[in-house]
Ligand binder design. Sequence first.
Ligand code: FNR
Length: 182
Amino acid sequence: AKKNIALIVGSLRKDSYNRKVAHELMRLAPDELDLNIVEIGDLPLYNEDLEAETPQAWSDFRHAMKSSDGVIFISPEYNRSIPGALKNAIDVGSRPYGQSVWQGLPGAVITASQSAIGGFGSNHNIRQAVVFLDIPMMPQPEAYIGQIQNLLDDNDRLVPDTEKFVQKFIDSYHDWFNKLRR
Ligand code: FNR
């Protein structure tokens, strides 16, 4: 059976480059992996008081993650760190205490940015939070895609060099997934 891999995109805007990268991952993924974007844009900000009457959007998100076999974060960098919407989703998935959706899911991260640094700060802040949540994160290849605005063609396909790199990334993730799951 195919394995269900959740893609979590850290940008909420419609024309997000990171979302485009997520779609390219779906196109390039090996057959055995079924990649799907799990949306995070309508999650109320985490507030423990709301657990008394859990918001539907939180329950839906937690349910989607619990039926996933792995997770890949694809995110911009906001002010050298994790976009708030993504951190909120990570927090929502981590609670209630003892019922985290993250524990043990084979994970990986790609950051894409319009600057040259490729979201290095965001990439490592994401790693910091999710390693704490016991997601085994693929160490290599690291993926910092800088100047993403120049790396997609008119059909939103990655230019050859970047496509090759993203192909290597998803193939490496497949190996990482198999190593952890078998
Ligand atoms: C940015 N951007 C940005 N880029 C970067 O490389 N380092 C940074 O610290 C920031 N900070 C930042 C803060 C905020 C609030 C915004 C809106 C943007 C620029 C960012 O790389 C660019 O907007 C990307 O296009 C965002 O990714 P999406 O939305 O295209 O996926």
